[in-house]
Ligand binder design. Sequence first.
Ligand code: IFM
Length: 515
Amino acid sequence: MRLTRREFARSALTVSVAAALPAGVFSACSVSSNAARAANSVPLTSSQSTQFDTSSEIQFPRNFFWGTATAAYQIEGAWKEDGKGESIWDRFAHTPGRIKNGDTGDVACDSYHRWHEDIALMRAMNLNSYRFSISWPRIQPSGSGPANSKGIDHYSRLVDALLKAQIRPFVTLYHWDLPQVLEDAGGWTNRDTSSRFADYVELASRAWGDRVSDWMLFNEPSAFVDLGHLEGTHAPGRKSLLDFLRASHTVNLAQGASFRALKATRPSARVGTAFSMSPCEPATNSEEDKLATERAHAMTNLWFLEPALNGRYPEALAFLPETAMGIKSGDFEKMKAPLDFIGVNLYYRAIVSAPSALERLSHAQEWLFPAKMVGSEQGPKTDFGWEIWPQALYDMVTRITRDFNRPVIEITESGCAYNDGPDANGAIRDARRIAYHRQYLQALAHAIADGADVRGYHAWSLMDNFEWAEGFSQRFGLAYVDFKTQQRTIKESGRWYAKVAAANTLPALTATQQD
Ligand code: IFM
């Protein structure tokens, strides 16, 4: 989801530390041992996430959006139906060795055909918002030119049915499936892709803007730029610092250009981006770690937000190589996109330390971005190994609220992978997922009580689906999917979420539950 996730930098000394770590720019080099660090500085991270009050029920603001989120490539399947073009994820998943168990999104949850079943799930969960993405190559099979009417019609039917079910269509325009033809011309490293994206967004807003009012331009720009261009673990599988820098800048230009294109066609549309975010905490109280933490915050949380809102790259990274990034005169103005809301995708926190001189010398990206993520063993872990740290949501939302003058915020994703399957009666008892959402919602409620303007929460995900390089091995859904039969079954967490959504209230825990 962000600069640092999914892959783990491992060194012989630090496997257990690193296993708790997401990967990316900062962790691409070795992770140093916590023990060694602790020897000469004081660890700063608290031993427990704040326990938010659970003894009384918590009401959410009126008209709060209770939703779930999905993405086209992760659920739709039908990878070459109705004139759809090939995407970089089709190409990547079809390349042997790229995805765990050789899985692909060719069929996924077959939502292209079963979307009415998906809407039925959401209705059963009493939801009033559905965040889904449009597959760009369904609309422009080769990334430019007129729209493919079958693609337009498909999403029109979906939007109409959602509205009929009184569920807000909350549309992401890019959730990572670039048309392969554009990749062949340089993809996001080619500046021209920003104009192609703006053209596509204009087509989309003309097609559905009469019925869709809330849009996200991008999902997690830092994730697809980093994992796809520097780490090489996601499509298109590039591994180059230069590509990472250039793709970053093109995406920032695209954010500005597409924002203007959408507003020109639909001035009243509400437009945001879903950013992957993690609050950054210094590993120790040393000055070096604290400085590194601010750089990590700039890279993890502001690299695509600051250009949109303030037309500049974050100050903590002011030493960036402008020429290498392809920055031209006038670009800072072009990057501006005064977003109507900030979408926050948040799963965990990041703990940061300063790389040693030797590490900086031996890793180009640490030379450029001197900060690295180290793992934490403090919180419990999901089946995916991600640390559960509810306070991360409180810390991030309140920091964004402070630093950006109380913007409108939507929680566009949060969730956990637990691979519980059906028991003998076919029930999926995923109590750990209920606990996750309950704790993160408690933290969110406290942020709202402390002044944050949060309009909605979208659990990732509506149902189990294709988890990128992990294939089908990680289940994030509130509904279980049997990938052989495509049967969907609402898990206990989905039933619990339905009650919370219907009451707009998080219930108090009973004394026994508190134990
Ligand atoms: O599945 C992804 C999603 O596509 C983007 N955000 C994080 C999720 C879990 O990794």
